[in-house]
Ligand binder design. Sequence first.
Ligand SMILES: C[S@@+](CC[C@H](N)C(=O)[O-])C[C@H]1O[C@@H](n2cnc3c(N)ncnc32)[C@H](O)[C@@H]1O
Length: 286
Amino acid sequence: MAKDTRNMSVRLSDEDFSFICEFVYQSTGIVLNDSKREMVYRRLTRIIRERKLNAFSDYCQLLRTQGDEEKDYFINAITTNLTSFFREQHHFDYLADEELPNLMANKRAEANGKKRLRIWSSASSTGEEPYSIAITALESMRSVLSAWDVKILATDIDSNVLATGKTGVYEYRRIENIEEDFKQKYFKRGCGQNENNVRVNKELSNLITFKQLNLLHEWPMAGPFDVIFCRNVIIYFDKPTQQELFTRYYDLLAPGGLLMLGHSENLGAYQQHFDNVGRTIFRKPL
Ligand SMILES: C[S@@+](CC[C@H](N)C(=O)[O-])C[C@H]1O[C@@H](n2cnc3c(N)ncnc32)[C@H](O)[C@@H]1O
């Protein structure tokens, strides 16, 4: 019979931990090791309480036998979604000061008469990254926007964070440190019960499409992308997975396109295929 596990401590055996690590690796590419055991324990304890299970082994069995819904729920619980508006500001400065002026000066119009800009935020978490990209694009391109077809694709494996991104509602404190002018232009403060929240405006959300995508699976997009943000996600993967992803990012970038990595990430052996043009900013050669 299921017990109330609220006040009991449940042991995570080596066998169950190994199963969880392998399951997460196969499903997401995320490598868990002993240093993550405590984190796994905390997050799994929450789930087994919710499921009113007695032991981690019962949950492992559930993962083995249940369908995608339980698997998605589990993956959402395991992913680390830390992000913020204008995180690693230097990437947005590079877009505003170098890349967008360069594209505005040199891009040719497509057959439909518009110039095309495509940016992919490939581990977008709750959306702060793609919205920061959208603000940067609007600030740089406003005067020429009618001549452009601008689209930002935001993808993540985690369906919960995507739902937040799609809604575009954030606690006010999350935008506290961004420029005052951006707060006024792009966010609307809630009232009454919602006064601690802000909602992104339509101008931003119209530029972005949020979609669930596991980076390990097939990518349905044709590209090419002018800029790809792949920040603070490959750090969770092993080297072979990273190198495979770099090849795929490279193939999806336009010649001259940019790949942005997170502050503690690098291209490793794949560096030879790109030019390093700034701090964790890499350009596919023309
Ligand atoms: C730490 S957040 C980074 C968010 C944002 N890029 C930034 O730098 O602020 C890492 C994100 O990667 C996502 N992620 C992890 N494994 C993934 C996979 N296999 N495919 C797609 N997204 C994944 C997680 O769900 C999480 O939202």
